[in-house]
Design a binder for this molecule. Structure first.
Ligand code: 9MR
Length: 471
C-alpha cells in the first residue's frame, strides 16, 4: 500500500516549530535543541510505515526537527535482520542509520536476544539444542553488532527476559533461548556484543519495571541481576525501562526515579526506552481537555525525573503521532503520544518543553562523557516565554533557597523563612494559576482544582520551587 496524502495537511511550519496549545511563539526551540544543551537524548521510534515509505510527509519532518535519538520499531529485530540462517538483511536498518547520520541523530539498536520476533527457522531447526542455539545467537550478535559497529550507539542486548509472575524470575517458557540454553544466554549475549563493538552502550531492556522496587518485583529482580553482572564483569552499561503505561498509573514516575537511584549505585545508566501513556480505547472521541492535561502532567513528571537523575541518558517515546501507534493496533489503548492524529502537538508536548526549560542546562548532568554539550542556557533566569517562567527549578538548587521553606495543607500554602515573598503557582503545563504576595506566612490558593502543581516562592535573592499537591 502506498500512502496517499490525506486530510492531514496542516500548517506544518507551526508544528515543526513545536508550537503547542499554549506555546505558540515564533522562536520556540525544539525538543532536540534543549535536549542537546542538557547532554541528553530525547527521541521516538521510526515506525514501520516510515521504512515502507508509507507515511505522511509530516512524520519525518517533525521527527528530525524535534528528536535526537531514534529506534527502529521492528526493522532491527532478529526476524528482520536474519530471516534465513546466516543470511542477513540490513537494508532497512541501513536506511535508518543513513537517515540518522544525515540528521545527526543517535541510534539505539533494538533488539538482539529476545524471545519474540525470532525468525521461525531458529525454533524449527534448533529448539532445545544448546550448543547449536549458542552458536546461532553468537553469530547473530557478531554479525549484526559488527555490521553497525560505530554507528549504533547503544543496543538492547537482551529484551524482556523476565517473566510476569508475582515473584519475578527469568522467563522460562516461550523463549527459545532460555529453554534451549538457560540463563547463561543473557551473560553470553553481553560478552559477544561487547566484543563486536567495545564502544557501544549495552542495555538490558524490559517492561513493567515502572511498577517499582519491592520484594518479588521485576524491577528488584533486574537490580539483583545487574549487581551480579557487574560483580562478574559482564559488560552491561544500561538498563531500559520501557514504560508502556496508562493514564491511571500515577505513581510510575516516582518509581522510575527510585530505579534510577538504585542503578546509579551500581554505575549503570537508566533509560526510558518505549514510553507511551495511553487512554482506554473506549474513551476515544470522548476525551476532554482535562484528560489531555492529565496526560501531559504524567509526561511532565517523567521528564522531570529524567532531567533530575544524573544517570539517565535517553528518553524514548514509542511513537510520534497517535495516527501510528501499536496502542491502537494491539493494545486496546489509544492516543498515548505527543502528537495527535493530525500531527498537532498535544499538551503532553508542551509539558515536555516546560520541563526542559525549567531544568536549565547548568543543572542537568549528562551521563555521557563523549558528547558535545553547548553553553548552558537560562542561567540568569530572565527568560520570558509564554509557557510560564523558566526560572522554576522543581529540583531545588542548593544555595538558592536560603532559609525559605513551604508546605501545603488543603488549599493553603504556608511559607516560612521570609517576612514577605512573591508566590507563583504553575500547573504541570507551566501555565500560571496563581500569582501574588505572601505577607502573613501563608497564602490561600482558592479556586485552584485539585492536582499537582509547581509553587515558586521568592524573597530577595532566595528562591524555592517545589512540586505541591492541592487536595
Ligand atoms: O511496535 C511494535 C509492533 O509493531 C510489533 O508488532 C510488536 C511485536 O512484538 O512489537 C512492537 O514493539 C515492541 C518492542 O519491540 C518491545 N517492547 C514492546 C513493544 C510494543 O509491543
Amino acid at each position: 500500500m502506498t500512502f496517499k496524502k490525506s486530510a492531514i495537511g496542516i500548517a506544518l511550519g507551526a508544528t515543526l516549530l513545536g508550537a503547542g496549545f499554549t506555546s505558540a511563539i515564533a522562536a520556540e526551540p525544539t525538543i532536540r535543541e534543549l535536549a542537546k544543551e542538557r547532554g541528553r537524548f530525547i527521541g521516538t521510534i521510526l515506525n514501520s510505515e516510515w521504512f515502507n515509505d508509507d507515511i505522511e510527509p509530516e512524520f519525518e519532518e517533525i521527527h528530525k526537527t524535534q528528536f535526537n535519538v531514534v529506534v527502529a520499531e521492528n526493522e532491527m529485530k532478529f526476524d528482520a535482520t536474519e530471516p534465513a540462517e546466516n543470511e542477513f538483511n540490513f537494508t532497512k536498518g541501513d536506511k535508518m542509520v543513513e537517515y540518522a547520520k544525515a540528521n545527526k541523530i543517535r541510534v539505539r539498536g533494538h533488539a538482539l536476544a529476545w524471545h519474540s520476533q525470532v525468525a521461525a527457522w531458529v525454533s524449527s531447526n534448533y529448539a532445545g539444542q544448546k550448543e547449536k542455539l549458542l552458536a546461532v545467537l553468537k553469530n547473530h550478535i557478531e554479525k549484526v553488532v559488527g555490521h553497525y559497529k560505530g554507528q549504533v550507539a547503544e543496543w538492547d542486548v537482551v529484551n524482556e527476559a523476565i517473566n510476569d509472575e508475582y515473584n519475578a524470575d527469568w522467563r522460562s517458557s516461550g523463549s527459545v533461548w532460555y529453554e534451549g540454553i538457560g540463563a547463561e544466554f543473557l551473560d553470553s549475549a553481553f560478552v559477544w556484543a561487547h566484543k563486536a563493538d567495545p564502544n557501544a552502550e549495552l542495555c538490558y531492556n524490559d517492561y513493567s519495571l515502572e511498577w517499582g522496587l519491592r520484594e518479588g518485583s521485576k524491577a528488584s529482580f533486574v537490580v539483583e541481576q545487574v549487581k551480579r553482572w557487574k560483580k562478574n564483569g559482564i559488560p552491561i552499561t544500561c538498563v531500559g525501562t520501557q514504560t508502556h503505561i496508562e493514564i491511571a498509573h500515577e505513581t510510575t514516575p516516582q518509581n522510575v526515579r527510585a530505579l534510577a537511584k538504585a542503578f546509579a549505585e551500581l554505575g549503570v545508566t537508566l533509560n526510558i526506552t518505549e514510553l507511551d501513556i495511553g487512554f482506554p480505547k473506549g474513551e476515544s472521541g470522548k476525551l476532554t481537555a482535562a484528560d489531555y492535561a492529565k496526560q501531559g502532567h504524567l509526561y511532565r513528571q517523567f521528564m522531570d525525573v529524567f532531567l533530575e537523575e544524573p544517570n539517565m541518558g535517553e528518553f524514548v517515546i514509542w511513537g510520534l503521532t497517535d495516527a501510528h501507534s501499536w496502542l491502537d493496533e494491539q493494545q486496546g489503548k489509544t492516543e498515548g503520544l505527543l502528537y495527535d492524529k493530525q500531527y498537532k502537538p498535544k499538551p503532553a508536548y508542551d509539558s515536555i518543553m516546560v520541563s526542559l526549560k525549567e531544568h536549565p542546562a547548568a543543572n542537568v548532568v549528562s551521563p555521557y562523557s563523549d558528547i558535545e554539550i553547548v553553553d548552558p542556557i537560562d542561567t540568569t533566569g530572565t527568560d520570558s516565554t509564554d509557557v510560564g517562567d523558566s526560572t522554576i527549578a522543581v529540583r531545588t538548587v542548593a544555595g538558592l533557597a536560603g532559609s525559605l521553606s513551604m508546605h501545603v495543607s488543603g488549599h493553603t500554602l504556608f511559607i516560612a523563612g521570609a517576612k514577605a515573598a512573591k508566590v507563583d503557582v504553575f500547573d504541570m503545563q507551566g501555565r500560571s494559576v496563581f500569582s501574588g504576595k505572601c505577607e502573613k506566612g501563608f497564602v490561600e490558593l482558592n479556586g485552584i482544582p485539585e492536582g499537582l502543581y509547581v509553587a515558586r516562592v521568592r524573597s530577595g535573592s532566595a528562591s524555592l520551587a517545589k512540586r505541591i499537591a492541592i487536595k
